[in-house]
Design a protein around this ligand. Structure first.
Ligand SMILES: [Zn+2]
Length: 429
């Protein structure tokens, strides 16, 4: 088998295309494969999919392909152009790699697979690409994925803010809570940020939203009330965010008390920060004895901790009325605790109670699947390598949106022999 036949087979080349020449450069460890086509052909218009005569050729394109053994391999082709009576002179849909890409379908798919597992720098190193070329493949993948994505607003969504890098810059993220994907990413965490998502949908589509999980963040509340019909019953404040307010209060009580005790030479609270913040069942075995010992003392942080642990039961209720009743009792206890941070947190919760108890019915939070959260955290860690915010957004779509990212060759042949009837080739008369 000569090298032309060999490459015809492994590249899956079919007439009227053929391999014209193969150049193996051992010194540079590189293979160049030149593809040409027979003369008497018809060319498919990329718009109407009809076959017409060959017009001319676009300049030669060189596509990076998967290695042949260890040698970097390149495909050279001059894409034919058609002169369509309806659409004018058009380049064909390329059978080798996407128009606008310098990689074959197979190579670009490989780059995407590597990028799904690695940082963009590592992808570049493994695939032998510059940062820019690697990044372009990612951007094209996301663009392709978003174009293929069905237009729909999920019935249960989560709205969340993520800080990026330093400097108090935020992005707003919208999740599909049922599927566990990031649906939308945009700059800032203002009312307009979230509205830019809602604006993409008709009133009818927006009415299909059943519940929205979010933090107690006024701009998101306002945006949702402005766009989602009956939002008052649908907004659910994220229980972890709600609990965070109380946890921060517990921590404040501990810090203040530790400071006071230290001044008296008592270090009992030293190194105990997380003992008070962890849920009781998560306290590691080896620290339980120590924790029980501290709890036996009459400390303010012990009371704060008990109040916090007690509030956790509120989330078990399945009826709003019962949840509200439980909260009322808790609220009385918290506000009579003489612990200022706890009192303050309790008041914040009370002000938002109407949309905390909606949890009883909807039972949603902003916690996505572990894997999606881990990916977002990883992207945040890589964020210093991103040159701007749009890169950060692209990375989130790439890793967390469940998009169909891979390029695919045209479904039907783009060249045929003049003598072949077009009747059986699809997309023609
Ligand atoms: Zn046409």
């Amino acid at each position: 088998m000569d090298d032309k036949t060999f490459f015809t087979k492994i590249l899956g080349i079919h007439l009227p295309w053929f391999v014209k020449q193969v150049v193996v450069n051992e010194k540079e460890q590189r293979v160049d494969v030149y593809i040409d086509h027979e003369r008497d052909i018809k060319v498919r218009c990329s718009q109407c999919k009809e076959f017409y005569g060959l017009y001319d050729h676009a300049p030669e394109r060189i596509y990076r392909h998967l290695n042949t053994c260890q040698m970097a391999t390149y495909i050279h082709v001059r894409p034919p152009r058609v002169n369509c009576p309806t659409h004018g002179v058009k380049q064909i849909d390329s059978e080798f790699g996407e128009n606008g890409s310098d990689m074959t379908f197979a190579y670009e798919s490989f780059v995407i697979q590597v990028a799904q597992e690695c940082s963009i720098e590592a992808t570049g190193r493994i695939c032998g690409l510059s940062w820019d070329r690697g990044w372009n493949a990612l951007e094209r993948a996301v663009k392709r994925g978003l174009a293929r994505k069905a237009h729909r607003i999920p019935p249960r969504i989560g709205v969340d803010e993520k800080s990026i890098a330093r400097g108090h810059k935020y992005e707003s993220l919208v999740y599909d809570l049922d599927v566990g994907t990031v649906e939308y990413v945009c700059d800032d965490r203002k009312q307009e940020s979230l509205e830019s998502y809602y604006k993409r949908f008709s009133q009818e589509e927006l009415a299909g939203v059943k519940a929205v999980a979010m933090d107690m963040w006024d701009p998101y509340i306002a945006a949702t009330k402005a766009y989602i019909p009956d939002a008052k019953k649908k907004i659910v404040f994220d229980r972890f965010h709600v609990m965070r307010h109380v946890l921060e209060a517990v921590d404040k009580v501990r810090k203040d008390e530790h400071k006071q005790l230290s001044e008296l030479g008592e270090e009992i609270l030293k190194g105990t920060k997380y003992l008070w913040l962890w849920s009781q069942e998560n306290i590691p075995e080896w620290r339980r004895e120590e924790f029980d010992m501290i709890k036996a003392k009459d400390l303010r942080v012990c009371r704060a901790w008990a109040i916090k642990e007690n509030l956790r039961h509120m989330w078990d209720y399945r009826y709003e009325a019962n949840m509200r009743k439980y909260f009322k009792r808790w609220y009385f206890w918290a506000t009579h605790s003489r612990l200022e941070p706890i009192k303050k947190a309790a008041k914040t919760l009370k002000a938002h109670m109407d949309n905390i108890i909606t949890y009883a019915r909807h039972r949603i939070t902003n916690a996505l699947g572990e894997s999606v959260n881990a990916k977002i955290e990883k992207i945040k860690r890589f964020a210093c390598g991103f040159r701007n915010r749009s890169h950060y957004r692209t990375a989130i779509y790439f890793h967390c949106s469940g998009l169909d990212l891979f390029p695919c060759p045209p479904a039907n042949r783009t060249l045929i022999f003049k003598t072949v009837s077009t009747q059986y080739l699809g997309g023609t008369h």
